[in-house]
Design a protein around this ligand. Structure first.
Ligand code: M6P
Ligand code: ZN
Length: 189
């Protein structure tokens, strides 16, 4: 096993920059097919807004560590009446949870367990969210500015996207008459 060492990692609350970062990826709208309810609005936005960036993930991980952490920075916007969101996932290892801490912006963390129970936790500066093992989680930027949060997780957790990608989540977060609303996903009726 490689040797682990103490490290200071700087995180920018406004941009989500992680320094030093050991990994990063970006998700543009065209890579998020099937997660938004309004497929016409999805393809129109890709065309008209030139495939906008939806979110970026930066991470800090030491080779051989059991823990890693990083930031997710989500752009503001909507597809139809649905706010920009992450894919959403369960962990492959059903015994592993995760912690989020919001640094800036405002959003909702949408959670759901395998029995179909749903929960939402507000994401705003200074709020931390405990994600229990075996609850799927998706973050949603409901504000006008980027939503920046840190996450802390077990390396062994892994991502399981299958179920959420195929079925969606039981709740949708939409804007209606200028208000943020959590509504039932009609696909589950
Ligand atoms: C959070 C963490 C990451 C995750 C990212 C994007 O930052 O949970 O592990 O990858 O959100 O979410 P998703 O992978 O569901 O698109
Ligand atoms: Zn996770």
């Amino acid at each position: 096993m490689s040797e682990l060492y103490p490290a200071e990692v700087l995180i920018n609350s406004a941009t989500g920059a992680v320094s030093p970062a050991t990994g990063r990826y970006a998700k543009h709208l065209s890579e998020l097919g099937g997660i938004f309810s309004n497929a016409d609005a999805w393809s129109r936005t890709i065309r008209e807004e030139n495939d906008p960036l939806i979110y970026e993930v930066l991470e800090y991980k030491q080779e051989g560590s059991d823990l890693f952490f990083g930031t997710t920075t989500m752009q503001p916007g909507k597809i139809g009446d649905e706010f920009y969101m992450t894919r959403g996932h369960f962990h492959e290892d059903r015994t592993k949870g995760e912690v989020y801490n919001t640094l800036s912006g405002q959003g909702l963390l949408l959670l759901e367990d395998r029995q179909g129970r749903s929960s939402t936790i507000e994401m705003r500066e200074g709020s931390s969210a405990f994600i229990p093992p075996d609850w799927a989680h998706r973050s949603i930027n409901c504000g006008p500015a980027p939503l920046v949060f840190t996450w802390f997780c077990s390396v062994a957790a892994g991502h399981d996207y299958g179920q959420i990608l195929q079925q969606g989540m039981r709740k949708l977060v939409i804007e209606r008459n200028g208000e943020i609303e959590v509504v039932a996903n009609p696909k589950f009726d």
